[in-house]
Write a protein that binds this ligand. Structure first.
Ligand SMILES: [Zn+2]
Length: 67
């Protein structure tokens, strides 16, 4: 399962990424650098993209249409 890194736009494997929770949503990043960038300005990145999945429950099923 893959989601999009909200900072750089790369696809990230949910099984390998460590999520950052923000406003009730979990965000995933390709690298520590992207993670740090998001943590520094979460609202900036969270507002710019809508790639997000619920942090609890069906982690393997992001709430967006399959590609
Ligand atoms: Zn990235």
């Amino acid at each position: 399962m893959e989601v999009t890194d909200p900072v750089c736009g790369k696809t990230v494997d949910l099984g390998e990424a460590e999520p950052v929770e923000h406003r009730g949503w979990a965000y995933f990043f390709c690298s520590a650098a992207c993670r740090a960038a998001f943590v520094a300005a979460p609202d900036h990145y969270a507002a710019s993209r809508h790639e997000r999945v619920p942090p609890h429950g069906e982690a393997g099923k992001p709430s967006r249409p399959a590609q």
